[in-house]
Design a protein around this ligand. Structure first.
Ligand SMILES: [Zn+2]
Length: 292
């Protein structure tokens, strides 16, 4: 039926086909323009041109989008940290690039556009694709600690690839608040992340999963998933515990990280140690712990 009608009505049919092809071509062209426009306006995936300002001190380069008077001091502090960390781990310090955006909103926009897998929940981050640490100015709050966290991931990526995820994140949390002395040792009077230890204490007291033996087996999905905060806290607590015993660098280098379960439980749940109040602005999320 339809077939026999075809020759009798050729003009509308070819017009219809032509307009379909026109629509398809237009959509394709639009898709190509959108892909080029969004995906690669500033240099492939890394957005190089977004950071015209650059300061290098030793092995660390800090790149910024606008002229940033704090960049040199940040580069100096991070270079000192990397050199000392490398000394403690017995390897050479890697070259490192850090990019600092002027605000959290610009940071989130940039990372969503340029970093594959960036999910918007991420605070400062480290991209293993371009081997660069990213952060942003946060209303005058100190950013060096959080950049130390990300540069620890860079250090592991460059010098100790294959480190278990729990040790990588726990170590980064440890470096965020502790200082290293000239010999690359964590200083004896460190700042402890109170919120992390409170989380670990609650978790250990309830004997919940994941427990110590689960840590090495956790996949990225497990670790960063629903109980992500707990995984960070537990990993941090284990490394703080190993630090107390002078074994943290040995453990991070892939040596023995064996932990006495009961002793660790006593350490993590010490009743008064982790009970200092946490202020709303996060200003006292660390507390000083003597004689570590
Ligand atoms: Zn991390």
């Amino acid at each position: 039926m339809a077939r026999s009608q075809l020759p009798s009505n050729p003009a509308p049919q070819s017009w219809r086909v032509a307009s379909i092809w026109f629509a398809v071509a237009t959509l394709l062209a639009a898709a190509i323009v959108v892909t080029i426009g969004l995906g690669n306006p500033l240099g492939r995936s890394t957005g190089d041109r977004f950071f015209p300002h650059s300061v290098t001190v030793g092995s660390v380069t800090v790149q910024t989008a606008t002229d940033d008077p704090t960049a040199r001091a940040t580069a100096l502090e991070l270079d000192t940290y990397l050199q000392r960390l490398a000394r403690g781990m017995g390897v050479a310090a890697p070259e490192a690039t850090v990019r600092i955006l002027p605000s959290q909103s610009v940071y989130a926009r940039f990372c969503r556009r340029h970093l594959p897998g960036f999910d918007g929940r991420m605070e400062f981050c480290y991209s293993t694709t371009d081997r660069i640490a990213y952060g942003y100015h946060d209303g005058g709050k100190e950013i060096a600690g959080r950049l130390r966290h990300e540069l620890f991931h860079h250090f592991v990526n460059e010098r100790l690839p294959g480190m278990a995820l729990w040790a990588n994140e726990g170590g980064a949390e440890l470096m965020e608040s502790f200082a290293l002395n000239e010999n690359g040792q964590l200083t004896s009077d460190g700042l402890v992340q109170n919120r992390r230890m409170q989380g670990a204490a609650r978790h250990v007291a309830r004997s919940q999963r994941p427990e110590l033996n689960d840590l090495p087996r956790l996949t990225a999905r497990d670790f960063y998933g629903r109980s992500g905060d707990t995984c960070y806290s537990l990993s941090y607590a284990v490394l703080l515990y190993l630090h107390r015993q002078g074994r943290v660098f040995e453990a991070l280098r892939g040596g023995s990280a064996s932990v006495d379960r009961e002793d660790f439980k006593g350490f993590a749940t010490a009743p008064k140690r982790w009970s200092a109040p946490v202020s709303a602005d996060g200003g006292s999320t660390v507390l000083r712990l003597k004689r570590m």
